[in-house]
Write a protein that binds this ligand. Structure first.
Ligand SMILES: [Fe+2]
Length: 263
């Protein structure tokens, strides 16, 4: 039976970031979905993104059309192999000793798509098909807050100095090796675009080494941990936010990712 969507919208608005304490799993109630399409409260998502840099929606359902579902934010961008929806789940062939999204390890703070020369995608969406039984939270910190800790002179240096960036090593098993040179800080229409990688920016000078080390410390102090429940979706502003992941043990964990270009 098709659910009463107007009722669903009232009962299950997108969870506002400001209502979502770190480390606390929101209640998941998918009883109203039953294969139907639950509308996303687009205004709430936009408002969250402006205010906090991220938004969590707890009720899109396991069969959500991820490619188009957040199209109100912009155009989805093809990913490494041309796919619009990329699976993120543990690969049994990759040891958990390696730091990569494709096992169960902790992932260190970064922004997405730093290794490409073009403007990085504006938004990243993660949708949980199967959440981990425990752990595996996505962690986020405000990169604009980190930039604000720098002097105007140092921010100018972040925009002036160009560094080498390379793709995650474990992607080479898929034939993916991507490199680019770009500054840490660029801008689009006056809006800062931050690149950050804990591991895959070549730290060629003390300035860049300090930037990464202080960024990791800033992330450790200020991050929020968001458990994406099965059927939930998390979207964040990739020009602004640093993201990472806590370790987990549940091999069934299955997330899907879409990246969205500037609107
Ligand atoms: Fe990532």
């Amino acid at each position: 039976m098709r659910p009463d969507l107007s009722d669903t919208r009232r009962k299950h608005p997108g969870t506002r970031a400001s209502e979502f304490p770190a480390g606390f799993a929101p209640p998941i109630d998918l009883s109203c979905v039953e294969g139907g399409v639950v509308p996303i409260d687009e205004d709430a998502v936009r408002s969250d993104l402006r205010a906090h840099g991220y938004s969590y929606v707890d009720d899109v359902g396991e069969s959500f059309d991820l490619r188009t579902g957040f199209g109100f934010l912009g155009e989805p961008v093809p990913q490494y192999l041309g796919e619009y929806v990329r699976d993120v789940r543990p690969d049994p062939a990759i040891s958990d000793d390696v730091i990569t999204p494709y096992n169960r390890s902790e992932v260190l703070p970064h922004t997405e798509w730093f290794e490409f020369p073009d403007v990085p995608p504006r938004y990243v969406v993660l949708h949980a098909v199967v959440a981990a039984s425990s752990g595996g939270e996505t962690t986020l910190a405000d990169g604009y807050g980190y930039l604000a800790t720098f002097s105007a002179e140092d921010r100018a240096e972040l925009a002036r100095r160009s560094y080498r960036w390379r793709s995650q090593v474990t992607l080479e098993s898929e034939g993916i090796h991507q490199e680019a040179s770009a500054p840490i800080l660029t801008a689009v229409d006056g809006r800062p675009v931050l690149r950050f990688s804990s591991l895959f920016m070549e730290c060629a000078d003390d300035f860049s080494k300090n930037f990464v080390a202080a960024g990791r410390e800033y992330f450790r102090r200020t991050r929020v941990a968001i458990p994406i429940g099965s059927g939930g979706a998390l979207v964040w502003d990739n020009w602004r936010m640093l993201h990472a992941r806590n370790a987990f043990t549940d091999r069934r964990r299955h997330l899907r990712r879409v990246i969205i270009g500037a609107a």
